[in-house]
Write a protein that binds this ligand. Sequence first.
Ligand code: COS
Length: 407
Amino acid sequence: MVDFTLTDEQQNLREMAHDFAEKEIRPVAWEYDKDGTFPEEIIKKAWEVGLMNSHVPEAYGGVHASTLDGCLIEEELSWGCSGIQTTLGCNGLASAPVILAGSEEIKREYLGRLIEEPLLASFCLTEPDAGSDVSGMRTTAVKKGDKYVINGSKVFITNGGYANWYTVYAKTDKEAGHRGISAFVVPRDAGVVVDKKEDKLGQRASNTAAISFNDVEVPASHLLGEENQGFKLAMMTLDRTRPGVAAMAVGIARAAMEFATEYAKERVQFGVPIAMHQGIQFMIADMATEVEAARLLAWKSAVLLDQGKRNTMVSSHAKRFAADAAMKVTTDAVQVYGGYGFIKEYPVEKLFRDAKIMQLYEGTSQIQRLVIARETLVPRRAGSGAPNAAAATSSNGATPAKEPSAA
Ligand code: COS
């Protein structure tokens, strides 16, 4: 039976996140956007009330919230400010590969750090010449005795300037394409260099940095899963995080729709509030449908994961549709405001800028279409493609990450 009713606990969680967004995020969001202020105080408060790291399993001190619960939080906080939510939610992206393939020792140490203190972690996949084409990465990790030595540069790293530790993807076999990539946990004090902070169009409160590794050494035990299985680990991670990104896009779209709706009821032209004009009504109606449909896809992609099923295609549907919906709804919200929508003094200008990144990060809208087309034309069988699917135990003693069965 399909039932879209949230439990009492889920409704409470949603209300709690909304309350936080309304009281702690909204009042400073437009101010932080102006100068690109990093939300340090908000991080501490969100961590204290349990709105960060909800994904961490109980064994490592977390509450192990479901993916759907995570989506509820992400939509509300993103309704407050998606730049600030990107900062608060990034630990989920960075730690997914650790949860999937890290050894007990690594999980205890690095997930434990996030629970003990309001620390941040970053996910380092993208490079100057390797964005959508992950296999084109040039960062290398060379095994020397019981260590790996990492060299290379990463770009567009969320929280990169502030992270305590990083999940880093590097080539361990340069000739093997996607089959030559491995993933590592790299603590900042191993020698990670922060090269620069990017000055961005939108989500300006989030920190986006270029970082580099110059002969950075990590113990061999910091390898996540098997050597040369990092590409699949990255893909499995993105399957897990794209539902939350879709929920964030829903939060932006909903905020823009609410502002546009209120404005349409107040703004008078031709002797009546513009909400009385059918041209505006149809724009508001389309916004409402886009928000509703995007949320349903985000929830479906989350629930599949929570049921232990593979969600690759649905998470791409959700991420693609919700990101494009956020862009469309915010563009139309600017249109409803008319010339005022183009002015920084009015709220929808920021939302329009913030929405753009949703079509870019964690896989562009074109990459999502590529995934959807492949999954539609040549469906992958269940169980294929898991990093450790072939291995009973991985070389570092980690619990093998299993790819969920097909939906
Ligand atoms: N789960 C598990 N395994 C997966 C997978 C998934 N979701 N998707 C692909 N794989 C596996 C495939 O089964 C294949 O396995 P084999 O080596 O055993 O054959 C392998 O990974 C390579 O898959 P594929 O041939 O589809 O890889 P491509 O190089 O063609 O790349 C895309 C596929 C383009 C979809 C991928 O590179 C991608 O998602 N790019 C975008 C990356 C991104 O989101 N960047 C943003 C920054 S991250 S914040």
